[in-house]
Design a protein around this ligand. Structure first.
Ligand SMILES: *Cc1c(COP(=O)(O)O)cnc(C)c1O
Length: 403
């Protein structure tokens, strides 16, 4: 019997292929060929979850009260821990009952928010490049994406003045993310003030993804959307425990901000999931209460790797500006080379996995993202292989070819 009638819905068929999944296939193939892979592709932190968090989870697992369905809106205790954390970090007071919602990782919430708010053909403003769920969520919801193209010249900041008035007037929602994945760019506080004024003027639901809230270096403090006066009227902000606390597999995140926007997301999620295992919410509280020395150690680890890799790539001809945050370097492909070709060349010739920039949208082409998820000795090995394979950034060579 032919199964040709079993085809996915249009909303699934419309999705561009998920480049990370394709990268996984290539990695498997390379491993089968016996290559010793150095995987700097995913944004998967390589450290262990802090011991106090693991111990809190073990204790919580022993408590039968945690074994049933958790409350839809998250445990009162975790929501209260989130508001205390938020107040300590940003000096903003939130109502734990209406302005906070725990999530099974922020990716789920970022995607579901689009489904909760976007009707077919609604216009959604999304930077390009962007973290994939920022455009995939709206595509699944049937929305129309208007790309806000980010450029090196504008320091990878959204150019709000370049958005045509009729586009801004039509737009229903805007996603943005600083410190940024994949470009590692940060945005000054004035930018946050401008984007809040923009969203208020055009009545746009503003979605900020602050997943690198605490992965910042050299004294830099990322800005939270909700620090900006008036932001809570039109916006929400997503946070995660995945990155700084090495808890990517635990699936714990949360959204804070406008109570009406959060209520829409809660209503949708009540119909689709039961939220996070209560024992994990209990452990997550412990994570949010860890002393600052823990965070400083994590920041120090990524900072060391950043400095090591920027210096090493510098010897191979790359001039990469020092990043102030995130676990990534955003690296130009050698002139004339596209992202996919360069990432493939690197993989095949060196066994080093980097992510082609076009995985984050067409405007990411011409770049690859390198994740700082290996220690300096492995990063050093990656650099040695680059050197051996003759992988360099060589504008001088191109200039002489063009002459
Ligand atoms: C890693 C990351 C997330 C976190 O996703 P979780 O689902 O919370 O693990 C969200 N947004 C961006 C931009 C990221 O890089």
């Amino acid at each position: 019997m032919s199964l040709s009638w079993i085809t996915p819905a249009e909303r699934v068929k419309k999705l561009p292929p998920y480049v990370f999944a394709r990268l996984d296939e290539l990695k498997t193939k390379a491993r089968e060929q016996g290559l010793d892979l150095i995987d700097l592709g995913m944004g998967n932190p390589d450290g262990a979850t802090p011991q106090p968090v693991i111990e809190a989870a073990l204790t919580a697992l022993q408590n039968p009260a945690n074994h049933g369905y958790p409350p839809f809106e998250g445990t009162a205790s975790f929501r209260s821990a989130i508001t205390k954390w938020y107040n300590r970090r940003y000096g903003v007071v939130l109502d734990p009952d209406s302005e906070v919602l725990p999530l099974m990782g922020s990716k789920e919430g970022l995607g579901h928010l689009a489904i909760a708010y976007i009707n077919p053909n609604d216009l959604v403003l999304v930077p390009s490049p962007a973290y994939p769920v920022h455009f995939r969520g709206p595509i699944i919801a049937g929305g129309v994406i208007h790309n806000l193209v980010l450029t090196a010249e504008n320091n990878w900041l959204i150019d709000l003045a370049a958005i045509p008035d009729e586009v801004a007037t039509r737009a229903k929602m805007l996603y943005f993310n600083y410190p940024n994945n994949p470009t590692a760019a940060t945005a000054p506080r004035e930018f946050f003030e401008e984007i809040v004024a923009f969203a208020r003027k055009y009545e746009i639901l503003l979605v900020h993804d602050l997943c690198y809230a605490e992965l910042a270096f050299d004294g830099y403090q990322p800005t939270s959307l909700l620090e900006i006066p008036g932001a809570k009227d039109i916006g929400v902000e997503f946070h995660t425990l995945s990155k700084t606390y090495n808890m990517a597999g635990w699936r714990v995140g949360f959204v804070v901000g406008n109570r009406h926007i959060i209520q829409g997301l809660r209503t949708l999620k009540t119909n689709l999931d039961y939220g996070i295992f209560a024992a994990l919410q209990s452990a997550a509280e412990t994570a949010l209460q860890l002393p600052d020395v823990y965070l400083e150690a994590v920041q120090q680890r990524y900072r060391t790797r950043r400095d090591f890799l920027i210096a090493g790539l510098g010897k191979l001809g790359w001039n990469i500006p020092k990043t102030k945050a995130t676990m990534y370097l955003w690296v130009d492909c050698p002139p004339g080379m596209g992202s996919t070709d360069f990432a493939l060349q690197v993989l095949q010739q060196t066994g080093v996995v980097v992510t082609p920039g076009n995985a984050f949208g067409i405007a990411g082409d011409g770049y690859v993202r390198i994740s700082l998820i290996a220690d300096s000795d492995r990063l050093g090995e990656a650099l040695r292989r680059f050197e051996q394979a003759g992988i360099r950034y060589q504008p001088e060579a191109l200039v002489s070819v063009m002459k």
